[in-house]
Write a protein that binds this ligand. Structure first.
Ligand code: S3P
Length: 167
């Protein structure tokens, strides 16, 4: 996987951005978080887009942003948003670009705790029951990633990044 780009997939709160950051540090290369990329490109955060323009509009923007990001050669590690991988066309874009997709399979409780305690607004996870349904719903698509990695509360981002790099 020497020169393959790595795309981190997983539910909200699974640790995608921090693991991508740890991976990039270890590889000595830049990483891009798709949500931040969207926020820069659009001048508003994914949460604001979803709240003001609706989820379908956000999904369109997300796919365009992903396509643009994958065109760039300077990013070796990409953290997707929690719903990006659930969309077929996005999975196809990642596959076309020969990226290695890695699913951070974190338990729901851990994701939910992080969702609740984070400053980031997650409009698609307004309460536990809605988040749980989305979590269960998306597992079958996350399973379509190239690699799956179970992550637990005690696994530091550096340990998780090490495991990925040792594959
Ligand atoms: C979403 C997850 C968010 C963000 C948006 C939609 C989702 O990203 O893209 O709020 O559909 O799961 P994180 O997974 O980084 O929170």
């Amino acid at each position: 996987m020497n020169n393959r780009r790595i795309v981190i997939v997983g539910f909200m709160g699974s640790g995608k951005t921090t693991v991508a950051g740890a991976l990039a540090r270890q590889l000595g290369c830049p990483m891009t978080d798709l949500d931040s990329f969207i926020a820069e490109r659009e001048g508003r955060s994914p949460a604001e887009i979803i709240q003001r323009s609706g989820e379908p509009a956000f999904r369109q923007i997300e796919t365009e942003a992903l396509r643009e990001l994958l065109e760039r050669k300077d990013t070796r590690v990409i953290a997707l948003g929690g719903g990006t991988w659930a969309i077929k066309v996005n999975r196809a874009l990642v596959a076309e670009r020969d990226c290695l997709s890695v699913w951070l399979d974190a338990p729901f409780e851990l994701c939910w705790e992080r969702i609740v305690s984070a400053e980031t607004v997650r409009p698609l996870a307004p309460d536990r029951a809605t988040a749980r349904m989305l979590y269960d719903d998306r597992r079958s698509t996350y399973q379509l990633s190239d690699r799956q990695l179970k992550v637990e509360r005690e696994d530091s981002p550096t340990i998780v990044a090490d495991t990925i790099l040792n594959w």
